[in-house]
Design a protein around this ligand. Structure first.
Ligand SMILES: [Zn+2]
Length: 339
């Protein structure tokens, strides 16, 4: 029996306890109800009376040894795991937090607004829900114009109204509101969201942003329009990017034009992005059609003006070489962090 106690004593001393798992293994093996020590105490009942003294003493020492080892190991393990939650190691590197930034679209709207504010334009707000009068009629877009088709416009339920409500397809209705409420000179830009019922693809979304500009006064000329747009393109795209104006058609301007910038990718040589023309269209513009002035009560014999409008997503795709318009709204932080 004494020999058996001696063997278990060396086993206890050799047992490595250094984490919660080995601590539990130690307890099960030696101290639990089915452990080795309990077995020894059971055996002790059958020990010869003459031997009970020394065997009992050795047995108690063994129990104290095992319990002592268990208690001290338990204390060390608990203290070290508690230590993991304490912040007392000032040599550790600090934690860094990601700081949010403005979305690329917001940044662009602010940039464009500032560029035009520097030359005297004021920001005019608009409404995302308009009726046919402001979105089409007042802008000289007759009933038969294809952009009034259900294909392009999201109409809203407006039963009983003589003009249907819709989600504006352009920011131009803001011009009409301003001109109805203010006599010339008018010099505004109007940034905001527009909606068109288009199939979603790499080049088009059903929601996008536009900035619209309008300048009306006595004697405003096409030359001023061209100068203003050249100034904008140089400020926004950089000084060395070439621009050109080309004739076009819009119902609310006459004459109308479209402005192109040199392709950012091939620098005018021609590539897949610019369809081998060397140019990318960035905005539509023109002299305000006299019919629009009549609709808002301005005398077209006295006043002239110009208007222009551009899609923000498209403009940014050109400026930053973004290949797919959907990337602006996927909120992939790897994309957004670059700006
Ligand atoms: Zn190109």
């Amino acid at each position: 029996m004494l020999e058996k106690i001696e063997n278990i004593k060396s086993e206890i001393n050799a047992f490595v306890v250094n984490n919660p798992d080995t601590l539990e293994q130690f307890r099960l093996k030696f101290l639990s109800r089915k452990g080795l020590l309990n077995d020894l105490f059971e055996d002790f009942k059958n020990v010869d009376k003459s031997q009970k003294g020394p065997v009992g003493k050795a047995l108690n020492e063994l129990k104290n040894l095992a319990q002592g080892k268990f208690d001290s190991a338990k204390e060390i393990i608990e203290n070290s795991s508690a230590g993991e939650n304490k912040i007392d190691d000032y040599t550790l590197p600090g934690r860094t937090y990601n700081i949010g930034t403005k979305h690329l679209i917001t940044q662009a709207l602010e940039d464009i607004t500032k560029i035009f504010e520097r030359i005297g334009f004021k920001v005019a707000g608009g409404f995302e829900i308009e009726n046919e009068y402001y979105n089409f009629d007042a802008l000289n877009t007759p009933d038969y114009h294809p952009s009034r088709d259900m294909q392009d416009t999201f109409y809203l339920n407006s039963e009983g109204k003589d003009k249907n409500y819709l989600l504006r397809t352009q920011t131009s209705p803001a011009q009409i509101h301003v001109m109805q409420n203010q006599q010339p000179p008018v010099r505004i830009i109007s940034p905001g969201k527009c909606y068109r019922n288009e199939a979603i693809s790499a080049r088009s979304l059903s929601m996008f942003h536009q900035v619209e500009g309008l300048y009306v006064d006595k004697g405003v000329t096409f030359r001023e329009l061209k100068g203003t747009l050249d100034y904008f393109a140089k400020e926004f795209f950089g000084k060395d990017l070439k621009t050109r104006l080309r004739p076009s058609f819009f119902p609310f301007t006459e004459p109308s034009g479209e402005m192109d910038v040199e392709c950012y990718l091939c620098k005018g040589k021609g590539c897949r992005i610019c369809k081998y023309t060397g140019w990318l269209e960035i905005l539509g513009c023109g002299m305000v059609d006299p019919n629009v002035f009549v609709n808002v009560g301005y005398d077209p014999e006295i006043y002239t003006g110009y208007a222009f409008g551009m899609g923000i997503e498209r403009t940014l795709m050109i400026r930053h070489g973004v290949p797919d318009i959907r990337m602006f709204y996927e909120n992939d932080i790897r994309f957004l962090k670059q700006f």
